[in-house]
Design a protein around this ligand. Structure first.
Ligand SMILES: Cc1cc2nc3c(=O)[nH]c(=O)nc-3n(C[C@H](O)[C@H](O)[C@H](O)COP(=O)(O)OP(=O)(O)OC[C@H]3O[C@@H](n4cnc5c(N)ncnc54)[C@H](O)[C@@H]3O)c2cc1C
Length: 334
């Protein structure tokens, strides 16, 4: 496999016919991987009404787009999308397939990997080509990072969350080849899509928030969590969480920050009642100023932030809320 010039693939992710940012981010990263391998970047784009999107993919660094533009592909369907991608992959033999850790990618990537009898690394935080021309798939683990490789099987497959890689500089002059994928696209009936509901996110979106408040197991219970929600509103902050807050049912999975959640880059990050585990902290690596509140002065979170407050969050949050209220009152009366 040393002289393998087969392409690097990205499976595009779109919503309402617009590419999600993770797609050009992955295309940009694939450009670097493909250059290191001396090969091409190709994208599989499925949907209905997505035929204007290939130019954006070429501008991001792709050379070829396999385009399935058909009413039967309008909504993501696990069986149909898997069949199409597996069929193409068996024919064109990409050496790498990347997908976003999106709601589609989280399901589709393992389905495709299983059908192609290959490995898959979920939620990578970096990707590189090593001296053996093998894809290094890096994830946080054991308090640091580990590198996973798949030397024996092809394609090498990985998912990456939105925001891990930057958007590439666009070169609008770049052109490439569009290859139409012919149907029919057969729905087996094993899975039937009854309705697609896109929930409007509550509060300030984490992706664009200048201040992010994240809380974890230390919130204690639902009452404690309500205080956290109140504080996020008072601070006009995007509200994120750690895994235990999701497991306890206090917060939605979509608001989890970290390796298997969202990547955020706010001006200010305030972490309350969380221990600073690597899997969470990789999600806030882009934050400018970081503050943590924890009742354990030896908590590892304190060595990772700019400012630390040793306090019980049940005491700290009501006091901070009161201070904010007083500050706002003063501002109004001035
Ligand atoms: C493959 C994999 C992927 C993962 N992905 C993610 C991910 O994307 N995001 C994520 O968050 N996690 C992820 N996890 C889980 C992660 O490893 C940690 O278990 C999790 O982040 C810990 O959450 P926590 O800090 O809230 O809880 P804990 O580690 O239990 O820490 C709670 C902290 O709260 C403090 N505390 C307790 N009571 C109070 C109080 N009254 N006031 C103030 N402080 C208090 C404690 O001192 C402690 O430091 C992943 C794990 C794996 C294995």
């Amino acid at each position: 496999m040393k002289d393998d010039k087969s392409p690097v693939w990205v499976i595009a992710d779109q919503e309402s016919c617009n590419l999600l940012p993770v797609t050009p981010q992955l295309v940009g990263k694939s450009r670097k991987l493909a250059d290191d391998l001396g090969t091409t970047v190709e994208v599989v784009l499925l949907g209905d009404g997505v035929d204007t999107q290939p130019s954006n993919l070429f501008a991001s660094g792709a050379e070829r787009v396999f385009l399935g533009n058909d009413p039967a592909l309008a909504e993501y369907h696990p069986d149909v999308y898997t069949d199409v991608i597996v069929g193409l992959a068996e024919k064109h033999k990409p050496q790498i397939i990347l997908m976003g850790s999106t709601s589609m990618g989280r399901e589709l990537a393992p389905l495709v990997a299983a059908r192609l009898s290959t490995g898959l690394t979920a939620h990578c935080i970096d990707l590189n080509i090593n001296a053996d021309r093998v894809l290094e798939q890096i994830i946080p683990a054991y308090g640091g990072e580990i590198t996973i490789v798949c030397p024996e099987r092809r394609p090498q497959m990985a998912t990456v969350a939105q925001g891990v890689f930057p958007l590439p500089a666009l070169d609008e002059g770049c052109r490439g080849e569009v290859v139409s994928i012919d149907g029919p696209f057969v729905h087996t009936g094993r899975v039937e899509i009854l309705e697609v509901v896109i929930e409007a996110p509550e509060g300030i979106p984490l992706d664009t928030a200048t201040c992010v408040l994240a809380a974890g197991a230390g919130a204690g219970d639902l009452e404690g969590w309500k205080l956290i929600v109140e504080l996020s509103k008072a601070l006009s902050a995007g509200l994120g969480c750690t895994r235990p807050a999701v497991d306890e049912g206090w917060a939605e999975l979509e608001t989890m920050i970290g390796q298997s959640g969202k990547m955020v880059s706010p001006e200010t990050y305030l972490g309350i009642g969380l221990s600073g585990e690597q899997q969470h902290m990789v999600g806030i690596a882009g934050a400018k100023t970081m503050i943590a509140v924890n009742n354990d002065k030896k908590s590892p979170v304190f060595s990772q932030v700019d400012y630390g407050v040793v306090d019980d969050c049940r005491d700290f949050v009501p006091v901070l809320l009161e201070k904010i209220r007083q500050y706002r009152e003063k501002q109004v009366s001035c």
